[in-house]
Design a protein around this ligand. Structure first.
Ligand code: THU
Length: 160
């Protein structure tokens, strides 16, 4: 028997103002698209903004459905849109913000497991790490230098 230890790391910023102008701009676009989320069931709105290597910014917000599992998270709305419109572009940076309409979200909100798996697909396909910044409505911003920090021991095509 042996034990395997996997370490993961994040940078924690006290607020958005501590980040570069480029990231502030990307996060501000995520905040704006978050406000357009369709979240009548959870009242939990999420926005995602992607910066591609061709300079384009692709946005997404969560889209809910009366048949709950038929809805989709903001991160996947954005990443699938980028993959379908710019199939050859690399996704360089991703900014995520979430806000509840019932209580103020101060904790950084990480992408859910399904979104991590979906983001992993693109990071592996493009063979370039995706920087991921995530926050709540206000407060700390976490930076992950790669999706791999959020999904250690990931399942990917090499197992197929
Ligand atoms: N949601 C996202 O958009 N991204 C996540 O990573 C977590 C959850 C959405 C899905 C649903 O519309 C609402 O937040 C509550 O779960």
């Amino acid at each position: 028997m042996k034990e395997i230890n996997i370490t993961t790391s994040f940078l924690v910023y006290n607020s958005l103002e501590e980040l570069s102008e480029e990231i502030q701009d990307l996060m501000n676009q995520a905040i704006e698209i978050r406000k357009k989320a369709y979240a009548p069931y959870s009242q939990f709105k999420v926005g995602a903004a992607l910066l591609l290597d061709n300079g384009k910014i692709v946005l997404g917000s969560n889209q809910e459905n009366a048949a709950y599992p038929s809805g989709l998270c903001a991160e996947r709305v954005a990443i699938f849109h980028a993959g379908s419109v710019y199939p050859d572009a690399k996704i360089i940076k991703m900014a995520i913000t979430a806000a509840s309409e019932t209580n103020q979200t101060t904790a950084p909100i990480p992408p859910c497991g399904s979104c991590r798996q979906s983001i992993a697909e693109y990071e592996i396909k493009q063979d370039t790490p995706i920087e991921i910044y995530f926050m709540g409505e206000i407060g700390e911003v976490y930076k992950s230098a790669s999706l791999k920090n959020l999904l250690p021991f990931m399942f990917d095509k090499k197992f197929l």
